[in-house]
Design a protein around this ligand. Structure first.
Ligand code: PD2
Ligand code: ZN
Length: 377
């Protein structure tokens, strides 16, 4: 019998829930028949389960699947090796195989790494020569690349290096809140990638209600937003999150989910603090997931043509934001005392549109960690 993809994914979601809660009988009842059918999605889920029980066994099983060219197994192995440089195998070996198998996430990642490795022409060739895939076409048109209708030959695989930001340095603007910026932290491909992912699920922004601690719609924030919960094909997002964590010297697991904010003409985010005030009745609920918001990171994906600057009225700092520029500041000091100078806002956009990534970091690990564990990161 043919099972629809969405049904399989739904069943595998349930399997993951059973696995996380240790309900093994319930798990086996649905999981074993899917494994028996040899469904690639089920086999890869088994890798995740093994990896959490015994990483060596998980890797061995994934290697076995990769050798058999099970769909997405080479890609998954490459991703694992990329994010775990302590493992001695080379991610290029597996990414190459996934690329040759024409797996779409692998093609996107090759274009991404070519960009990050400054081989812009190669990146463009990779994208243009795979225009038969709709997702690749979307990337191509977002980047404004044109082939002039010429047929482009698929480039052979080139070895890539892991993208690093080691050459970037922090420029400090203010000591009270350690306000700093990094120019070109994200490349053009990364900015476009995040916008493309967010575009599909934009909704009106919410704020945490000081009274209840629940998320509500508010006139404080008139922009739209999208939360990016990473999946296996979000190598780019995960790479960005790891680089931010390294830069600000906080574990990636202390982050909340990444928000992408989209402002149109007239949209703004009125002056506010990102910390939770202990006196607000809603704070105790908000603080349960990881404690205080100690640091905020913003990354400009594209600034507005006019207006839309990030403004800190108490310290008179206004940052207009360039594409790819990162902003970081503290909301509390080392003793966790609230920092009033961290009051900030997004001024109204008066011309064009603004896109920005916003990520808050807590004192402790957050529930976002579960998404990373599921991806073995
Ligand atoms: O979009 C901004 O510039 C902005 C300003 C103030 C974002 C945030 N706060 C935030 O996401 O906390
Ligand atoms: Zn804020």
């Amino acid at each position: 019998m043919h099972i629809k993809n969405e049904d399989i994914n739904k069943q595998l979601r349930l399997c993951r829930q059973y696995f996380a809660s240790g309900e093994m009988n319930e798990l086996n009842e649905i999981f074993l028949p899917l494994l028996d059918k040899g469904l690639p999605e089920a086999l890869l889920t088994k890798v995740d389960f093994l990896m959490q029980q015994d990483p060596d066994q998980g890797i061995r099983y994934l290697l076995h699947l990769a050798k058999k060219n099970t769909p997405m197994a080479n890609y998954k192995m490459a991703m694992l090796l990329y994010f775990h440089p302590e493992l001695t195998l080379n991610f290029n070996t597996f990414l190459k195989q996934a690329y040759l198998l024409q797996e779409v996430p692998a093609i996107s990642v090759c274009a991404y790494l070519a960009y990050a490795n400054q081989h812009t022409e190669l990146a463009q060739q990779i994208l243009l020569s795979h225009s038969e895939f709709e997702e690749i076409n979307e990337l191509t048109s977002m980047l404004g690349i044109d082939s002039n209708n010429a047929k482009i030959k698929k480039p052979s695989y080139q070895t890539f290096k892991r993208s690093e930001n080691s050459q970037h340095s922090l420029h400090y603007h203010n000591n009270d809140i350690s306000l700093a910026t990094v120019n070109n932290f994200l490349n053009e491909f990364e900015c476009m990638w995040l916008k493309l992912k967010a575009q599909k699920s934009l909704k009106p922004s919410m704020v945490v209600d000081a009274k209840s601690g629940e998320k509500i719609q508010s006139s404080v924030r008139t922009n739209q937003f999208s939360q990016l919960i990473p999946t296996i094909s979000d190598w780019v997002l995960l790479d960005i999150e790891q680089r931010i964590a390294k830069l600000i010297q906080l574990p990636v697991t202390h982050g909340e989910v990444s928000n992408i904010l989209y402002y149109q003409k007239g949209d703004e985010y009125k002056p506010h603090y990102d910390f939770f005030h202990p006196k607000d009745p809603g704070s105790s609920l908000a603080l349960q997931d990881g404690g205080q918001r100690i640091r905020t990171v913003l990354c400009y994906l594209s600034p507005a043509k006019e207006g839309g600057e990030t403004y800190f009225p108490r310290i008179s700092e206004k940052i207009a934001g360039h594409t790819g520029q990162l902003i970081v500041f503290d909301n509390v000091n080392k003793q966790l005392a609230l920092l009033p100078p961290s009051l900030h806002q997004s001024l109204p956009v008066t011309l064009g549109e603004k896109w920005i990534l916003s990520k808050w970091y807590r004192f402790n690990e957050t529930s976002y960690k579960a998404n990373l564990v599921e991806l073995n990161l």
